[in-house]
Design a protein around this ligand. Structure first.
Ligand SMILES: Nc1ncnc2c1ncn2[C@@H]1O[C@H](COP(=O)(O)OP(=O)(O)O)[C@@H](O)[C@H]1O
Ligand SMILES: [Mg+2]
Length: 366
C-alpha cells in the first residue's frame, strides 16, 4: 500500500539550534516529491525525520491518518536509498536484495521469485551473482534501489542517490528512477541540491532555504513563476535587474534603465502605488535583441557559441553584467564592444517587490 504523507507544524532542533522552525506539507499518494535546496537547508534532516532516524521536537508526521511520530523506523515500512549506496559488501547482488525479505520471514520460494522480478525491473539480472566490488557505481545504485523497493514499502526515501555518479550516468539513472517510480507507484520523497535533476524527475518540488519552504509547485510553476528572488535564482539561470513600476490609469508600465519602458498587463500589486521600485527576474532567453533604440542600451562583452544558441554577456549602462541567450543565426556573431538594444518578454519575466520576497506577476496563468 502506498500512502499520503502529512507533515504538520514540524519542528527540528539540534540542541539550541532550530533547523526546521515549522514545516507543513502534504505529499500525495504515489507522488514523486522532491526536496530541493542548497547544502545545509535541512533536506536530509527532514528525510530522516520521515524515516524515524531523527527525533521530532514539535508537530506531527502522518502516513494516511496515522501519526507515526512514535513509530520506530523498522515499523514504518520505508525503503531508503542513500548517496553512498550502503549495500552489503559481503553479499552478492541477489543476497543484498533478498536481505530485507529474509528479515521479514517470507518463504524461500517467494523470495526467489520477488528477487527475480525486481532484478528485471532495475535491469541488473545479468549481475545477480556478482559481489558489489565487481559492479560499477551505477550498477551498485541499481542494487540499492532494488533492495529498497523489493519490500514493497509504503514510502520510498532517496537522499542524493546520484551524487556519486558521473554526469552522463546521472542522467541515465535519473530517467531509470523516474520510470521505475512510475511503474511501482510508491509515494517517493527525493532529496537533491541539483535543480535540473529535480525538474527532470519530480511531480512537485519544495524549494527550501534555512528549513523553510520557499515555493512548492510543479517544475513548470517553479521555473516560470518563482515565488521569490531566491527561488528564481536557484532554479535555472536568471538576471536580477532593478526597475520601476508606474501606474497610469490602472495600468502598469515597467521601466528599466533610463530609456526603456514597456506596458505590463499581468501585474498584481497588493497595495497599489503610483510608482514603486521592483526587482525583475529576466532569464537569458527572455531578452529580445533589437535595433530599436528605445530598448535597454547594452554593450557586448563576450559571446559563447553553443550550436543551437549563442550566449552573450553584455554590460548595461549601470555597469551590471547580464547574460542573454539567443537562437544562433547564420550571420556573424556580435563582437565585443558592439552596442545593442534589449527588450524583455513581458509575459515571461517576473517582477518582485523591492525586497525580492513577493512576486507581483500574474498568478493563475499556469
Ligand atoms: N546531527 C546534527 N547535529 C547538529 N547539527 C546538525 C546535525 N545534522 C545536521 N545538522 C545541521 O542542520 C542543518 C541542516 O542539515 P542537513 O539536513 O544535513 O542539510 P542538507 O541535507 O539540506 O544539506 C545544517 O546546518 C547542519 O549543520
Ligand atoms: Mg543532505
Amino acid at each position: 500500500m502506498t500512502v499520503t504523507i502529512n507533515i504538520k507544524d514540524l519542528v527540528k532542533k539540534y540542541a539550541d539550534a532550530t533547523v526546521i522552525p515549522a514545516l507543513s506539507l502534504e505529499i500525495k499518494k504515489g507522488e514523486f516529491f522532491t526536496l530541493l535546496g542548497p547544502s545545509g537547508c535541512g533536506k536530509t534532516t527532514l528525510l530522516r525525520m520521515i524515516a524515524g532516524f531523527n527525533s521530532i521536537e514539535g508537530g506531527t508526521i502522518s502516513f494516511n491518518e496515522r501519526v507515526i511520530n512514535q513509530v520506530e523506523p523498522g515499523k514504518r515500512n520505508i525503503g531508503m536509498v542513500f548517496q553512498n549506496y550502503a549495500i552489503f559488501p559481503h553479499l552478492t547482488v541477489k543476497g543484498n536484495i533478498a536481505f530485507g525479505l529474509e528479515n521479514r520471514k517470507i518463504p524461500k520460494e517467494q523470495i526467489a521469485a520477488k528477487v527475480d522480478d525486481i532484478l528485471k525491473v532495475v535491469q541488473i539480472e545479468q549481475y545477480k551473482d556478482r559481489m558489489p566490488k565487481n559492479l560499477s557505481g551505477g550498477q551498485q545504485q541499481r542494487v540499492a534501489l532494488a533492495r529498497a523497493i523489493v519490500i514493497r514499502p509504503d514510502v520510498l526515501l532517496m537522499d542524493e542517490p546520484l551524487s556519486n555518479l558521473d554526469a552522463k550516468l546521472r542522467i541515465d539513472m535519473r530517467n531509470a528512477i523516474k520510470d521505475l517510480q512510475r511503474e511501482v507507484g510508491i509515494t517517493t520523497v527525493y532529496v537533491t541540491h541539483d535543480q535540473e535533476e529535480a525538474m527532470a524527475v519530480s511531480d512537485r518540488i519544495a524549494v527550501m532555504k534555512s528549513g523553510i519552504i520557499q515555493h512548492l509547485g510543479t517544475p513548470q510553476e517553479i521555473y516560470q513563476r518563482p515565488a521569490n528572488v531566491f527561488v528564481a535564482t536557484f532554479i535555472g539561470r536568471t538576471n536580477i535587474i532593478e526597475g520601476t513600476l508606474t501606474q497610469v490609469e490602472g495600468r502598469y508600465s515597467l521601466q528599466i534603465g533610463s530609456d526603456y519602458a514597456e506596458p505590463v498587463s499581468n501585474i498584481r500589486v497588493p497595495k497599489p502605488q503610483a510608482s514603486l521600485k521592483v526587482q525583475i527576474s529576466v532569464r537569458p532567453e527572455e531578452f529580445i535583441m533589437t535595433e530599436d533604440q528605445s530598448g535597454i542600451r547594452a554593450t557586448i562583452v563576450h559571446s559563447v557559441f553553443l550550436g543551437q544558441n549563442t550566449h552573450y554577456f553584455v554590460d548595461l549602462e549601470s555597469g551590471q553584467r547580464i547574460e542573454i541567450t539567443q537562437e544562433s543565426k547564420t550571420s556573424q556573431i556580435l563582437s565585443p564592444g558592439e552596442v545593442i538594444y534589449l527588450k524583455v518578454k513581458t509575459d515571461k519575466i517576473n517582477v518582485y517587490d523591492a525586497a525580492g520576497e513577493l512576486n507581483y506577476t500574474g498568478s493563475g496563468q499556469l
